[in-house]
Design a protein around this ligand. Structure first.
Ligand SMILES: CC(C)(COP(=O)(O)OP(=O)(O)OC[C@H]1O[C@@H](n2cnc3c(N)ncnc32)[C@H](O)[C@@H]1OP(=O)(O)O)[C@@H](O)C(=O)NCCC(=O)NCCS
Length: 400
């Protein structure tokens, strides 16, 4: 344990349980809240040992292969698969909400040199100032806001990417899907349908994922009865960290460093010798294969051929082969492995990768905030104080 040796230090009675010397309170530390269940949820189910993920009861394998982001977004937010009519209404709501107010565009212009996640976080926060439902935290209004933020996030990310390159902002196109619009607004050209399918699938794979750090952060904000914009702003803030949202970026950097299939084995050996992880492998929850990781593999192969860069796919496949022995330790490719490859092959700038994850995750944050509101309690864990007790206050002029 890492308690420093202090005068009022607690007495350890087991590796996790400490008794405070001054208060006699017995305290069990649950660092990082690993394996602590804080509430019930109907939003998603993860079985890390079996490598299984369900959104609202539906297997990610079925959703990735058969659904669309629009349908999955509806499922995650509303709790059931939509009828055709419900899906049309949901899609129409997304379509009318995609444009972002001029005030938010101006904020993006002013912050254009910041990291895209900083810009997205700032823009989501600013969108509250323009949302007609701000101040109304009813279920209906929260759903409307969740749909609007889902629709607006790709516009923010794409507008920022263009503004910082000195290009004109591209307005959303009502004829295109959510994924299609993102690519269109980013590149300013009507996207290839196969590229759209890959990004759509990628959004589906990221839509919801239990009580990860960003969902927990969003729930903590919601537990104070802060509104959805505040909670999603907090979720975006937590997602920015490289341990949570940043691995996709690392995968292609690694592939570029490796360069060719022949170098894979020595590259991995070097990394491991220096105690470094291989990016895109391993997961805090999945000890079997991350079920999301398989659904972009074939698409990435075809994409690397279409883009005339088959060597990328070959390097990544060789990496999977070299990492096979790590399966014994429960280390398999995770969702970021192939999504990083797809974004890179689509020539999306590396620093947008986490923002794409965030775009996909907004339905999940919305659904969990709704759950938090529905049976709210303030999330308020404790810290075990290990500093000095009853220190004597000495006026500043008498301090040495
Ligand atoms: C995600 C991550 C932090 C999980 O770490 P973790 O919970 O400590 O992983 P585990 O406890 O299951 O690790 C078991 C063993 O596998 C090793 N391991 C885990 N991830 C590894 C990786 N990516 N490459 C090589 N070895 C790895 C650990 O060092 C450990 O080895 P040991 O038993 O010899 O000490 C870690 O896998 C990682 O850093 N991965 C790379 C970054 C990444 O892709 N993150 C995205 C997650 S969605």
């Amino acid at each position: 344990m890492d308690f420093p040796d202090r005068r009022v230090l607690q007495v350890a009675i087991s590796s996790q349980v400490w008794v405070h010397e001054m208060t006699d309170n017995k305290v069990e530390l649950k660092k990082g809240l690993r394996d602590v269940y804080i509430d019930k949820s109907e939003s998603s189910f993860i079985d890390g040992k079996a490598g299984k993920l369900l959104y609202r009861g539906y297997n990610i394998d079925d959703l990735a292969e058969q659904s669309s982001f629009e349908e999955t977004g509806y499922l995650v937010i509303h709790g059931s698969l939509p009828t055709s009519e419900e899906l049309s209404v949901f899609d129409a709501d997304l379509k009318v909400s995609r444009a972002i107010p001029e005030g938010v565009l101006e904020i993006i212009r002013q912050t254009k040199n910041a990291h895209p996640m900083d810009v997205l976080r700032t823009a989501v926060s600013a969108l509250a100032a323009f949302d007609p439902d701000t101040g109304d935290d009813s279920v209906e209004a929260t759903i409307r806001k969740g749909v609007r933020i889902t629709a607006q996030a790709p516009t923010v990310v794409a507008a920022h990417a263009r503004i910082r390159e000195g290009k004109d902002v591209v307005a959303p196109d009502r004829d295109l899907s959510h994924a299609g619009n993102f690519l269109y607004m980013l590149f300013g050209e009507r996207p290839d349908p196969e590229d759209v399918d890959l990004i759509d699938r990628d959004f589906v794979l990221h839509a919801e994922h239990g009580l990860n750090a960003s969902a927990f952060t969003a729930r903590v904000a919601a537990s104070t009865r802060a509104d959805l914009h505040a909670a999603i702003t907090a979720g975006v803030a937590a997602l920015k960290g490289p341990i949570h949202g940043g691995a996709a970026e690392g995968v292609m950097k690694m592939a570029a460093e490796i360069g060719s299939e022949d170098n894979v084995e020595s590259y991995v050996k070097d990394l491991r010798r220096n105690g470094k992880p291989v990016m895109g492998f391993g997961h805090p929850v999945y000890k079997a294969i991350d079920p999301r990781s398989v659904h972009l593999r074939e698409g990435a192969r075809l994409l690397s051929e279409r883009k005339g860069r088959p060597q990328w796919f070959a390097v990544l496949e060789a990496l999977i082969k070299v990492m096979e022995p790590y399966a014994r330790k429960g280390v398999h490719p995770n969702v970021d492995f192939w999504s990083g490859a797809v974004y890179s092959l689509l020539e999306i700038p590396d620093d947008l990768f986490i923002s794409i994850f965030a775009i996909g995750r907004i339905p999940g944050w919305t659904s969990q905030v709704l759950e938090q509101y529905a049976a709210n309690y303030l999330i308020r864990p404790r810290l075990l104080y290990i500093g000095p007790m009853d220190a004597k206050y000495v006026p500043i002029e008498q301090r040495a």
